[in-house]
Design a protein around this ligand. Structure first.
Ligand code: 5GP
Ligand code: ZN
Length: 115
């Protein structure tokens, strides 16, 4: 299941520390190390898959099914006024980590939530 040299697989396995937001048998959600707004979170499938092109339907279903729960956990914790979902696929589309992930980016109006 885990993929050699994949930093997100190492995060799932606990080899690399992370700030966990949510976890169950299918997904892991954690704070982005470089948050663009307060509470910027990544949700990833526990099964390694490079990006959306290579993702089996059941993995995509299990991943997206958890997004409302994680979005609500972020709302409860940080009280944003909205949230963006973002998924980058391949270098040309700014994918930098090649383990499928959805960014959840809370919005605070005109603020980034840090001030
Ligand atoms: P991408 O550019 O591939 O869509 O997003 C990858 C995200 O992973 C970036 O926002 C980056 O800050 C985050 N990231 C990269 N390495 C780590 C890490 O070791 N820990 C955490 N928590 N986030 C990471
Ligand atoms: Zn991986």
């Amino acid at each position: 299941m885990s993929h050699e040299d994949c930093i997100f697989c190492k995060i799932i396995d606990g080899e690399i520390p992370s700030s966990k937001v949510y976890e169950d048998e299918h997904v892991y959600a954690f704070l982005d190390i470089s948050q663009v707004t307060k509470g910027h979170t990544l949700i990833i499938p526990k099964q390694h898959t490079k990006n959306i092109y290579e993702t089996p339907e059941h993995v995509a279903s299990e991943l997206f099914a958890r997004v409302p729960k994680v979005a609500n956990a972020i709302r409860d914790a940080y009280n944003p006024v909205g949230i963006n979902l973002l998924n980058n696929n391949e270098k040309a589309a700014y994918q930098s980590v090649f383990h499928l992930h959805i960014h959840l980016i809370p919005r605070y109006g005109n603020e980034d939530g840090f001030s």
